[in-house]
Design a protein around this ligand. Structure first.
Ligand SMILES: [Cu+2]
Length: 384
């Protein structure tokens, strides 16, 4: 078994390699584009955004009424033990801002994301952040490696509209371990003039649900019981053995089986349009809304591509975030699942949306309620 110390030393060793190949970002207040156009960052408007824990998202405009700005965010990395199911199974988690997944960040194309990333002294490990939305420097990973007790500020330009994953990537085997311990989230970069349907006509949403899906790999002891560890370092050796078998013990939405069901179910009403942003930083998944559809689905999450219409199930590639727009038409409890149903029902990947409103008999009606067989029995001739 690998001790905490070996794990930490491993982290420091593998993390050192990629950083040297990357030029550090200049802190200059002016930057130059490749074609020589100066961008006056010193006089660019700034806006500070307080992040909100998923499945919710901070207030934001869909159609931007402002010119491009530097949008300031702050995230604190928190290593902490988390409960991953209702049976009390515990995992040494690693989080962006204390939640699994980390918060959904929203900006517009052409804005600059300026993130202050804090690694408090109470943590044991080095961390960083790789934004799939960013260009260069390992997505920012090479410029943001912070030891416990350090903080760093990364700025990147949001050049491509869409939903994108961010995750910790401190080097070598630390990368998958930190990601499956909870260190991922998503950013949504909206077109400045908002979302468009397949005909390039404007569309909007009433609310966003941010679903972050995680696969967890919790070791079991000789009695078949889930093991519990005193800290992340001491969990590494046993956890990596389960990880390398590629069979997760839990596949969950928002950090825990049941995190978005029962009292924590999402809420909506008939006529309301929701945008479901779904990220999976490590493993493929296939969202499906039972009893509903994806009216418009950006399966790959990238808003320069026209959305697909009327989907039943869509596919989120591991390492990406997709977006689905849906207007509820019937009341009831909808299950939003990973339609590998073993993962949905037995391993945890189910959320519920409780929708209020008037039932539409035109869309669905119970013509005959379940009743005794009576005259409706099957003719013996029809049987083989
Ligand atoms: Cu990390």
């Amino acid at each position: 078994m690998i001790t905490r110390r070996t794990a930490l030393m491993g982290a420091a060793f593998v993390a050192a390699a990629p950083a040297i190949a990357v030029q550090k970002a200049s802190a200059d207040s002016e930057s130059m584009t490749p074609v020589g156009a100066k961008v006056d960052l010193a006089n660019m408007p700034r806006r500070k955004v307080e992040l909100v824990a998923p499945p919710f998202v901070h207030a934001h405009e869909q159609v931007s009424s402002q010119p491009p700005a530097i949008v300031e965010f702050e995230m604190t990395i928190i290593e902490k033990e988390v409960e991953v199911d209702d049976d009390g199974t515990m995992m040494q988690g690693m989080t962006f801002d204390g939640s699994i997944p980390g918060p959904l960040m929203v900006v517009h194309e052409g804005d600059y994301v300026e993130l202050t990333l804090i690694n408090p002294p109470e943590n044991l490990m080095q961390h960083n952040i790789d934004f799939h939305a960013a260009t260069g420097g390992l997505g920012g990973g090479a410029l943001t490696l912070v030891n416990p007790g350090e903080k760093t500020v990364l700025r990147f330009k949001a050049t491509r509209p869409g939903t994108f994953v961010y995750h910790c990537a401190p080097g070598g085997p630390m990368i998958p371990w930190h990601v499956v311990s909870g260190m991922s989230g998503a950013i949504m970069i909206l077109p400045r003039d908002g979302l468009k349907n397949e005909k390039n006509e404007p569309v909007s949403y009433d609310k966003v649900y941010y679903i972050g899906e995680n696969d967890f790999y919790i070791p079991k002891d000789e009695n078949g019981d889930y093991m519990r560890f005193e800290d992340a370092g001491s969990s590494y050796g046993d956890t990596v053995e389960v990880m390398n078998g590629l069979i997760p013990t839990h596949v969950v939405f928002n950090g825990k089986a049941g995190a978005l069901t029962g009292d924590n179910a999402l809420k909506s009403k008939v006529g309301e349009t929701v945008l479901i942003v779904h990220s999976q930083a490590n493993r493929d998944t296939r969202p499906h809304l039972i009893g509903g559809h994806g009216d418009l689905v950006w399966e790959t999450g990238k808003f320069n591509n026209p959305p697909e219409r009327d989907l039943e199930t869509w596919f989120i590639r591991g390492g990406s975030a997709g977006a689905a727009l849906y207007t509820f038409r019937q009341p009831g409890v909808y299950a939003y699942v990973n339609h590998n149903l073993i993962e949905a029902v037995n391993l945890g990947a189910t959320a519920h949306v409780v929708v209020e409103g008037e039932w539409d008999n035109d869309l669905m009606a119970q013509v005959v309620a379940p009743t005794a067989y009576g005259d409706m029995h099957i003719s013996k001739k029809a049987l083989p």
